[in-house]
Ligand binder design. Sequence first.
Ligand code: M6R
Length: 611
Amino acid sequence: MCGIVGYVGKQKKAQEVLLEGLTNLEYRGYDSAGIAYVTNGKLVITKTEGKINNLKKIVIPCEANLGIGHTRWATNGKPNTINSHPHKQGKITIVHNGIIDNYAEIKEQLQKDGVTFKSETDTEVIAALLNQIYTKTQDINKSIVEFQKKVKGAYALGIIVDDDYNTLYAIRNESPLIVALGNDENYIASDVPAIIKYTNKYIELNNGDFAKITDSQIICYNALGKEIKKDIQEFPIESYDIDKHGYEHIMLKEIHEQPTVIKNTIGDYIDNNIDNLIAKMPDFSKYNKIIIVACGSAMHAGLVGKNMIEEFADIPVDVEIASEFRYKKVFIDNKTLVIGVSQSGETADTLKAIVKAKEKGADTLGIISKKGSSIARCVDFVLYTNSGIEVAVATTKAYSAQIALLSLIALNIANHKHNIDNKELEKILKSIKELPIQIERLLSNEACENYKNIAETLYTHNDIFFIGRGVDYALCMEGSLKLKEISYIHSEAYPAGELKHGTISLIEPGTPVVGVITDFEIADKTLSNIEETKSRGSENYLIITEELDNQYSKINKNYNTYNKVVIPNTHKLLQPLLAVVPLQMIAYETARFKGEEIDKPRNLAKSVTVE
Ligand code: M6R
């Protein structure tokens, strides 16, 4: 949520580094953007509403050796030019990610002291606070220590002080921030894509740490102002590819990466041999109960995981929306495993839910895409997806990778508990091998034509229903969210059998109803529910397995009148990995027909680091 980049050095033009960095961070927020840079001994701030392209149009190119930049996802105050960052008060110019919880009190006090504000933001308030402290102490390090004692909340800050235009300051508390190292030049960034083009060496700031950064030196301090030694770490460059590679949208590229992502993610743990899986994961069968905490699509992946783990591993699983879990009574003991699922590993709600679970004595596990992220560091054990960086705001490949790992957890426990025999295990291993090719089939030209045809009808509607039972309902929730996020069409996911208890009143002639039917055991029931909507005039689309399609084609005349997407058969444990692909593609094509900005949908941001 929001992106920060900063540069100090003579090797490059600061403006170019900032604008390029912000472009690569734009997926984190894109309501407004701005940069502050020093040229000819003067500080210039240029900022504007809207996307980085708007900013690029108004920045006047010049030589600059130091600067900070920001792309915003509005929290306090509307997304307009005045509220966009950087904010300057006195000698302090700041860019900020996060939210200051006690900004109203601080603002009131500052106003009593005669400070006036131009914006509605908490950021301008903390700029004024730091300026006030600095005016008294005339020592920036002491001022930052004092400042951090007064400020409550989450923040990552990039700071320029008027008295020293050769130095950048960075402060981190709760919101991510790194200092990246170049040759005679250094950077700050809230996220790796901002700087990965230039360097993969970085220092990670912990909560409360701050850094003084010049082109030749980085000095880090803890919250008390004591100098601390930091290890230099390295990112694997290849996993930060943010190019479209010829695809019209990054989301489409990421959907097409799924065969490889699934192969890599599962391959990392199982490598065609169950013994590897057992060796690479702890024995989760010792737990009596599992709770999955997550948000949005990650929570939907958790719901799919619940079905898998309960069915194959015989352990009850609750799936909790992380923002709800944090503030409710929870039933946890030391036989409970709490799993946090998160692509970014930075989602504030999920992180706080994990912290609560730990406080209550649960063991915690993270299913995370981003190495070294806050949640990854907080949990007792991490399983990383091998999905690479995901850039499109609507998640696709990370969601699939999360499901893949949850299926492996189910398999791990089932194996420990001897719930599956060797024959069954062989079948699963064989099916895992086939998955990438089956996903490729679902993304073939012919299959994509079918998604386009469906989308061409869907995009003209205002309300769409996704219905299914069991794991298919969990998939419907993801299909519905994908559609809402990028096409802005209202849609609802509903358990197929529950529709008749009220919501069926919304079905009228022409209402699109997408039915997902992959679970053999309840397929007949779901199909009956779909026929109930058809009787009321709905326009129906089915996502159904080959086996069920064959069966119904032969015995049910009515069935052949449905628009269908037929998906390959696989082992039941893995079926969601195939069923989700058409749902993603239908959402994508529908948004494309509507001409929406697919990779950066309105009001959203890739990583949600506020509660
Ligand atoms: O980074 P996380 O996986 O923790 O993010 C959780 C949700 O914010 C995320 O899945 C969100 O729902 C996506 N926009 C879905 O496409």
